[in-house]
Design a protein around this ligand. Structure first.
Ligand code: XMP
Length: 521
C-alpha cells in the first residue's frame, strides 16, 4: 500500500490559539501534518520521519519560570524547522541567541520589509506602497535581540529588526509574525515555499489518495470481521458509513434509531439515501413510542437529555445483540476531537473524549474504527464529495442528538412534536429557497410554552407561539443572530400562521451567544 503519510510535517504545539490553524494551512497546501505535544520524545519524532517540523506560537515566554522548553536536538535532525513567534524565540534561545522583552508590544497588523527574497519569501509580491513590504499579523511581547551564530535576518519591521531569520544553510527559519492567520494575506505563499521548496514535499494529500489509503487500512484492520455503525444522518456518521461500506461492503451494518424527535421527513430521507442509493445494510429501529413514553411529564431540559441519551444506548445495544456477531464499531470522530486541546501541558493531559451519536457506552464490547480521526470538518465534506455523496447530506446544518425535544419548551408530546415539525419544515424550506441554508449555521423553529390571543376571520384564537432561531457561527461556540431579510421573515411568519394548525404568532430571536445559547433549552 502506498503510504500517503510518507511526506509528513510535524507541528509541535506550545499551546498557541493558532496551532490548529497552522495544521489547516499545511493541509490546504495538500501536505499531511500532525499536531503533537511540544515535549514529544525525540525518538518518537525520528520514528515518525517528518519531512519538516513547525514550532507553534505560545502564550508563554522563553524566560518564564515554567517556560516550555524542548530538546535542542530537534534542530540537529537534519530536517527543516520553521519556528513561528514563540517557536522562533525558542529556536533563538536554544541555539545561543538572545531574546528580550520588546520596548513596545507589537500587536496587530504590521508592514514587513523583506530583505531576502530567496527561500521562504520567494516570489512574494509586495502588497504595500513601501518597497518589498507585505502585511503581516504580529502578536508578541518578546523579540530577538541577537540571532544565534550562523543565522541571518531576512525581514524587519519598524519595531523588530529581526522579524524573520534563517540559518545560513537555509534549513532553520524563524518568523516573528503569524503566517497562518487570514490577516497575513501572503501567509499561504510562505507555507508553500516552506513545504514545497524547503521541505521538498509534494502536494499529494488529496481526498482521492485518502480514500485509497483509508479503504485499505479499514480492510486490513477489520480483517473479514463485521462492523456496526450508528447512523444519525449527520455529516460525520454519514461519511463514516459510506467510507467503511466502500471498504468492506456488506460486512458493515448501520443502525438508524428513529427516536420520534426528528425533523419532518428526516427518517425517510436517511433510509432512501443510505438504503436505496448506497445499498448499505441499514437497520431501522422505530423507537418513537419508547422515547415518547419515557419523556412523558418531563419538562427539565437536562432530564430530557439524560433520558434520551440512556434510551438511545438501550435501543442500540438491543439491536446489536439481536443481530449479533459484531467486533467493531465505526464512529465519526474528527481530528479536532482527537487533538489534545491542552497538549502543551504535556502528553499526559487528558484527551477530549468524544461521543458521536448520542454517546455510546465505553464498556460495550467493540473495537473502535474511526476513519475520520485525521480530518477536519471541511475535509470530511471533501471526502464525502469524493465518495459521490449528495450535497444535501454533506451540507446539512448541525442537529442536536436530543432533536426536537429540546426545541419544545415544556413537555414533549406527539401533538406538540407534530406542530413543531410542520413549522420547522416551513422555516427550512424558506431558508433554502432564499439561498441562505449554507451560510447560516443553524435555522429552526422552537415551540414556546405560552399561548397568545389572535384573530382569524371573525374569530378570536388562543394558540401557540413559534420562536424562529437563525444564527451565524463558525463552530457553534459563539454565534450571532442572522440578519435575515424582512421579506423572508415575512414569508416564514405568514406561512407558519396560515399553514400550521395551532399556531397564531411567530417571534424572531435576536439574541447572540454568549450570553444566550443557540438552542432554547
Ligand atoms: P448551544 O445551545 O449550547 O448549542 O449554544 C451549541 C451547539 O450544540 C448543539 N447542541 C447539542 N448537540 N446534544 C447534541 O448533540 C445536545 O444535547 C446539544 N445541545 C446543544 C446545538 O444544536 C448547537 O449546534
Amino acid at each position: 500500500m502506498r503510504d500517503i503519510h510518507q511526506e509528513k510535517i510535524l507541528i509541535l504545539d506550545f499551546g498557541s490559539q493558532y496551532t490548529q490553524l497552522i495544521a489547516r494551512r499545511v493541509r490546504e497546501c495538500r501536505v499531511y501534518c500532525e499536531i503533537v505535544p511540544f515535549n514529544i520524545e525525540i525518538e518518537k519524532i525520528k520514528k515518525s520521519n517528518p519531512k519538516g517540523i513547525i514550532l507553534s506560537g505560545s502564550p508563554s515566554s522563553v524566560y518564564a519560570k515554567d517556560a516550555l522548553i524542548i530538546d535542542k536536538n530537534v534542530f540537529e535532525l537534519g530536517v527543516p524547522v520553521l519556528g513561528i513567534c514563540y517557536g522562533m524565540q525558542l529556536m533563538t534561545h536554544l541555539l545561543g541567541g538572545v531574546v528580550s522583552k520588546s520596548a513596545k508590544r507589537e500587536y496587530g497588523k504590521a508592514e514587513l520589509m523583506i530583505d531576502d527574497k530567496s527561500d521562504i519569501f520567494k516570489k512574494l509580491k509586495a502588497q504595500s506602497s513601501k518597497l518589498k513590504a507585505i502585511t503581516v499579523w504580529m502578536s508578541h511581547g518578546d523579540r530577538i535581540e541577537n540571532m544565534p551564530d550562523g543565522f541571518v535576518s531576512i525581514a524587519h519591521t519598524d519595531n523588530s529588526p529581526v522579524a524573520a531569520m534563517k540559518s545560513r544553510d537555509s534549513r532553520l527559519f524563524g518568523l516573528q509574525f503569524h503566517p497562518e492567520v487570514a490577516h497575513t494575506p501572503k501567509g499561504m505563499d510562505i507555507f508553500k515555499n516552506f513545504l514545497y521548496n524547503i521541505c521538498h514535499c509534494s502536494p499529494s494529500w488529496t481526498m482521492a489518495s485518502f480514500v485509497e489509503y483509508s479503504v485499505e487500512n479499514i480492510r486490513s484492520a477489520v480483517n473479514k470481521k463485521r462492523v456496526m455503525c450508528a447512523l444519525s444522518g449527520g455529516v460525520d456518521s454519514s461519511v463514516t458509513a459510506v467510507l467503511v461500506y466502500k471498504a468492506i461492503g456488506d460486512r458493515l451494518t448501520c443502525v438508524f434509531v428513529n427516536n420520534g424527535l426528528l425533523r419532518k421527513g428526516e427518517a425517510e430521507k436517511v433510509l432512501s439515501t443510505f438504503r436505496d442509493n448506497f445499498h448499505i445494510n441499514l437497520i431501522y429501529a422505530d423507537a418513537e413510542e419508547r422515547f415518547l413514553n419515557k419523556l412523558k411529564g418531563i419538562t427539565d431540559p437536562e432530564e430530557k437529555r439524560k433520558i434520551i441519551g440512556r434510551e438511545f444506548i438501550a435501543v442500540f445495544e438491543e439491536e446489536s445483540k439481536r443481530i449479533g456477531g459484531f467486533d467493531f464499531l465505526a464512529q465519526g470522530t474528527l481530528y479536532p476531537d482527537v487533538i489534545e486541546s491542552v497538549s502543551f501541558k504535556g502528553p499526559s493531559a487528558t484527551i477530549k473524549t468524544h461521543h458521536n451519536v448520542g454517546g455510546l457506552p465505553t464498556e460495550m464490547e467493540f473495537e473502535l474504527i474511526e476513519p475520520l480521526r485525521e480530518l477536519f470538518k471541511d475535509e470530511v465534506r471533501l471526502l464525502g464529495k469524493e465518495l459521490n455523496m449528495p450535497d444535501d447530506v454533506l451540507w446539512r446544518q448541525p442537529f442536536p442528538g436530543p432533536g426536537l425535544a429540546i426545541r419544545i419548551l415544556g413537555e414533549v408530546t406527539k401533538e406538540r412534536l407534530d406542530i413543531l415539525r410542520e413549522a420547522d419544515a416551513v422555516v427550512l424550506e424558506e431558508i433554502k429557497r432564499a439561498g441562505l441554508y449554507r451560510e447560516i449555521w443553524q435555522s429552526f423553529a422552537v415551540l414556546l410554552p405560552v399561548k397568545t390571543v389572535g384573530v382569524m376571520g371573525d374569530e378570536r384564537t388562543y394558540e401557540n407561539v413559534i420562536g424562529l432561531r437563525a444564527v451565524t457561527s463558525t463552530d457553534g461556540m459563539t454565534a450571532d443572530w442572522a440578519r435575515l431579510p424582512y421579506d423572508l421573515l415575512c414569508n416564514i411568519s405568514n406561512r407558519i400562521i396560515n399553514e400550521v394548525k395551532g399556531v397564531n404568532r411567530v417571534v424572531y430571536d435576536i439574541s447572540s451567544k454568549p450570553p444566550s445559547t443557540i438552542e432554547w433549552e
